[in-house]
Design a protein around this ligand. Structure first.
Ligand code: ADP
Length: 491
């Protein structure tokens, strides 16, 4: 058996292949940008053929780097979630554009279902809310508007991105591919019963999803199939959606353990144990992993604007030239000078869920300068995280410490501010590519290199801890200022 693990980490703006040694060392990485199409306001599409072609090319480069397919023990796949692909089982070609998770075209379908008071029942069964974000309403829209999908009849296949990649990896000229999806990705479709781990007939009907086109729901680790596209057989042994994979990569393996990723947006997941959680505070309940047919669950809170706020300050407002200037600017002033920034540039996500809210900078005076606004932008990360922590606690899943990753937390000031404002130790791993790492861990478990995820978590490596240092009155004053600012935006 080979000794390395090949991960395909398929994201929204790029796809990447990474080669890991079993001790977690990264041996190589190759990525390619993906084209995003915006055919009209609110619509976001991908070309599934491009995703496949570029993912395959990146994977090929890593197989070469490894020294051939024999050197690779297993493939793990992690992917942007909710994005849905439609393809022809006979030709293996896409039948329509892939509808991306950010796409809002099914807002009207959601509105009608909410009007019909379907949301409580949908939330109880799936752990999700009626929002265009999830795949189900995208499928309903596609079946109603793209006649070629109905015309394809029993040739139609649909699935999230990992499902598409597994099909393409396992298909050959004599037969179609393996049609599977893992339980974490399936739990984001609105079609799967969270408790049963199976497609729900009632939900499949509600979203007019073609039953025979759906993949089989499988575990996150196991020997699912093999690919012979790299000049030899390599088994596919790990599958998980990106946020679940990052939670595994952060080794949140026990109930209550929590990770937060601060990238374009911020995503927080808390391991909720082996019973499906119920949120009364508009958090999502989702599958964290499924192994040997048994599911572990997570509560999830998503903040739409995190690092994209820094991008906006750089590209649109031109307050800075580079994202990493923010750290020095934040340190250059003693405090925020009374300035608060509520980054509702695309509405507010959890726990507020105000799609119409718009951003605000409050408390400006002649005394305020560029550094105060930048500091307020960085402080907003901890403020939004604090709101999430409050919602998680109200749902019975308070955080004891927080494991962080994502592009923003290269910024030490943000990491320390999170520790201070959450009044918790905050752990930052030296190796922050936790999404790919989680998929490598699952692939290693599926191939039998590791007995279980606990054994695989040795791949995680060293961690730096930021301890809370802020005096309680300072923290309380900041939180009061933030509450005041956010009320101006959500009222
Ligand atoms: P994604 O995976 O969502 O594409 P990343 O995890 O790569 O995003 O994070 C990139 C984001 O982090 C960008 O929005 C950028 O503005 C922000 N960012 C990067 N470096 C810093 C920094 N030193 N300080 C603050 N924000 C940063």
């Amino acid at each position: 058996m080979g000794e390395t693990l090949l991960v395909i980490d398929e994201g929204t703006t790029s796809t990447r292949a990474m080669l890991f040694a079993a001790d977690g060392t990264v041996l190589g990485s190759q990525s390619a940008e993906l084209t995003q199409s915006y055919p009209a306001p609110g619509l976001v599409e991908h070309d599934a053929a491009e995703i496949w072609g570029k993912s395959l090319a990146c994977a090929r480069a890593m197989v070469e780097k490894a020294g051939g397919p024999d050197r690779i023990a297993a493939i793990g796949i992690t992917n942007q979630r909710e994005t849905i692909v439609f393809w022809d089982k006979l030709t293996g070609e896409p039948l329509a554009p892939a509808i991306v998770w950010q796409d809002r075209r099914s807002a009207e379908i959601c509105r009608k279902l909410k009007e019909a008071d379907e949301e409580p029942g949908v939330q109880a069964r799936t752990g999700l809310l009626l929002d265009p974000y999830f795949s189900g309403t995208k499928i309903a829209w596609a079946m109603a508007n793209w006649p070629q999908l109905k015309e394809a009849g029993d040739r139609l296949a649909l699935g999230t991105i990992e499902s598409w990649l597994v099909w393409k990896l396992t298909a050959n000229e004599n037969r179609g591919g393996l049609h599977v999806t893992d339980a974490t990705n399936a739990s984001r479709t609105l079609l799967m019963g969270l408790g049963s781990g199976a497609w729900s007939d009632g939900l499949v009907d509600m979203f007019d999803a073609p039953r025979d086109a759906l993949p089989e729901i499988v575990d996150c680790a196991g020997q699912f199939g093999t690919t012979s596209l790299f000049g030899g057989e390599i088994p596919i042994c790990g599958l998980a959606g990106d946020q679940q994979s990052a939670t595994i990569g952060q080794s949140c393996l026990a109930k209550g353990e929590t990770k937060a990723t601060y990238g374009t947006g911020a995503f927080v997941l808390t391991n909720a144990g082996t019973s499906p959680p119920t949120s009364k505070n508009r958090l999502l309940a989702t599958v964290l992993w499924q192994l040997n047919g048994r599911r572990t669950y997570a509560l999830e809170g998503s903040v739409f604007v995190a690092g994209s706020l820094v991008q906006w300050l750089r590209d649109s407002v031109k307050l800075i030239e580079r994202a990493d200037e923010t750290e020095g600017l934040a340190r250059s002033v003693e405090d925020n000078g009374g300035v608060y920034l509520v980054p509702a540039l695309a509405g507010l996500g959890a726990p507020w869920w105000h799609p119409e809210a718009r951003a605000a900078i409050t408390g400006l005076s002649f005394n305020s300068g560029r550094a105060h606004i930048i500091r307020a932008a960085l402080e907003a990360q901890a403020h939004q995280s604090h709101d999430l922590k409050t919602a998680f606690a109200a749902d019975g899943a308070d955080w004891g410490r927080l494991r962080i990753d994502g592009g923003m937390i290269a910024n030490d000031w943000i990491a320390q501010d999170l520790a201070d404002m959450l009044a918790l130790p905050v752990d930052r791993p030296d190796f922050t590519e936790t999404t790919a790492l989680g998929a490598a861990m699952l692939a290693g478990v599926g191939r039998g290199l590791f007995q279980d995820l606990e054994a695989a978590s040795a791949m995680r490596g060293k961690v730096k801890t930021f301890e809370p240092q802020m005096p309680a009155p300072t923290r309380e004053a900041r939180l009061a200022g933030w509450s005041h600012a956010i009320l101006k935006v959500v009222e």
